[in-house]
Design a protein around this ligand. Structure first.
Ligand SMILES: [Zn+2]
Length: 284
């Protein structure tokens, strides 16, 4: 009888200990980081889900992508966007961002210092003002954590004037344990040089700049970054013929694995801090 009571007490204490272990801290170390490269055609939209449940949305597709993005985010269980980054004000990056951020609570929005007189830019600011979303400048040196295990750092832009709008792109490095992602937005060769002069750019996975255009992804940059895997966010039969043959040749030359949204639909990378797995999720 005594033994039964002791056993019961033992099991009760085990249950109580389990209940008192802080679940978020536990989840943060052992749950994966997932990065979704949505298939939004000739545009960019990336969802980052940190192990602690925080979310970051990088860009919001082109003009008619809002419904698809919102459906995707809701299906992924997204109820709030902790961080939103508008990498630069071109329509294929902010075209639907106004409608997307109208749909979810947003804690902060980062964008480069580049006022831009277009409908898309004004539409985005209308929603930012309506919802009173705090806006911070996207620039080299901005860094924050998503929980204990995910470190986010912006590597560019560093300067205040660039010839090409694409070189104002917010370039984002995400580090989870031993694994690193480098998300280039539409950065070109000038911004790549700037990143190389700054350091801290080595990565396992690179989301190529400017949909795989030959304006960037130079051989010098690829050699230094040393990524083994490339993701290209690009539209099927796009009129620009992205990704460029030269860039594909460079990736091949470096024996890189290439995932393209035009061929595979949405691409989902899952990191446990030691290893990154990829799966695809064809939307169409
Ligand atoms: Zn673009």
């Amino acid at each position: 009888m005594k033994t039964t009571k002791q056993l019961a007490a033992f099991f009760l204490s085990v249950v109580l200990i389990c209940m008192t272990v802080p679940q978020k801290a536990h989840a943060d170390w052992f749950d994966p980081l997932t990065i979704h490269f949505l298939d939004v055609g000739q545009a960019d939209c990336i969802l980052v889900k940190a192990p602690n449940g925080q979310t970051m949305l990088i860009d919001g597709g082109d003009e008619h992508d809002a419904e698809e993005i919102i459906t995707y985010l809701k299906r992924e269980g997204v109820t709030q966007l902790d961080i939103v980054v508008a990498t630069h004000p071109h329509h294929d990056h902010i075209g639907s961002l106004d409608d997307v951020i109208r749909e979810f609570p947003v804690s902060v929005l980062y964008m480069p210092n580049l006022p831009y007189d277009t409908k898309y830019y004004h539409d985005l600011f209308r929603v930012i003002n309506e919802k009173q979303i705090p806006v911070d400048r996207a620039k080299a040196g901005v860094n924050f954590k998503m929980g204990f295990s995910v470190k986010v750092e912006m590597l560019a832009p560093k300067g205040s004037y660039y010839k090409h709008i694409n070189d104002y792109s917010a370039v984002i490095k995400i580090k989870h344990g031993k694994k690193t992602f480098l998300l280039m937005a539409d950065a070109g060769a000038e911004e790549e040089k700037e990143i190389l002069s700054r350091g801290g750019y080595k990565a396992d996975v690179i989301k190529l700049g400017h949909h795989g255009a030959n304006t960037g992804t130079t051989m010098e940059f690829l050699k230094k970054v040393k990524a083994k895997t490339a993701v290209i966010s690009v539209g099927r039969n796009n009129p620009y013929q992205f990704p460029s043959k030269e860039v594909l040749y460079r990736l091949d030359n470096r024996n890189m694995t290439v995932y393209r949204t035009d061929q595979l639909g949405a691409i989902i990378a899952t990191s446990n801090g030691k290893k990154i797995m990829f799966r695809t999720n064809v939307l169409h």
